[in-house]
Design a protein around this ligand. Sequence first.
Ligand code: FES
Ligand SMILES: [Fe+2]
Length: 323
Amino acid sequence: MLHKGIASMAKNFPHPLPSGWFAVAYADELEAGSVRSVTALDRELVVFRTGDGVAHALDAYCPHLGAHLGVGGEVVGDRIRCPFHAWEFDGCGTCVEVPYGHTPPNARVESWETRERNGLVMVWYHPEGEPPSWEVPEIPEATSPDWSDPQRFEWTVRTQPQEIAENVADSAHFRYVHGTLNVPDTETVFDGPLRHSRNPVSLDTPKGKVDGEVVSSAFGLGLVTVRYKGICETLQVGSVTPIDENTVIIRKSFSQQRVDGANPTGGVAAALIRNVLSQLEQDIPIWEAKIYRERPLLTSGDGPIMPFRRWARQFYPAAEADG
Ligand code: FES
Ligand SMILES: [Fe+2]
């Protein structure tokens, strides 16, 4: 019997961290003046919100003697103060105050481009340190009073962002993993760092068949919106953040269109969310155990897996440069 050794294990996860925008917190988890330590993107980060409400993300370890700014660090005005010897850093990571001595030249920690949008605090990651080449989109329903407060769910999964994103292109698995009646007939468009898919669905309801649609848009490998239209208007904002090269955090938040100002409470609204969650829980054990086939053996009924992979290559600049 063959046992999975460490070397073959590593091949399950062949990709480096992809470039893009990645969530590090929900915006409402970060009150003014608060500090959080976050492990993401193979690093320790400190995320804080200044007194005037701006969210910042910095590398966590102080350049002085290495204290973790997220463990006992405090916000002072628009700065964060190290818990060890009280050096103070601004939101750009520059040390602006050493209370008992001179400020050494180059006293700084790495700062991360941060965007607070759609209820998420996101940071830009690029393996070669390039600045953002595209922006986090505004998702109007995510902050609209006409939509319900979000219901949130979170998982830590041993996989990579690309494997999760490939799920949408993998048409056949919907039938065999998720038990849909048909292999969905998905129309997919790749557009720079964006991917848009529409998928007509026919829903059985007590009032008969209703034609609906599932519209999903990916913004890189770290953010996706899925809109369920037709029966109970629902928005899913999904984010995938690598903790390291082998592990991700998946966050999903669902909002539903309010009816006469009230949150939808009907069984259908709840059933839709339950169904999406159970689909994810069907995918997780497959993702955690599978390997990545560089050259998969595909058949005619498979979805646009190779176009998806060609699109995904843009998020690995080193692989792009190799051609
Ligand atoms: S380790 Fe941060 S001030 Fe000394
Ligand atoms: Fe799936």
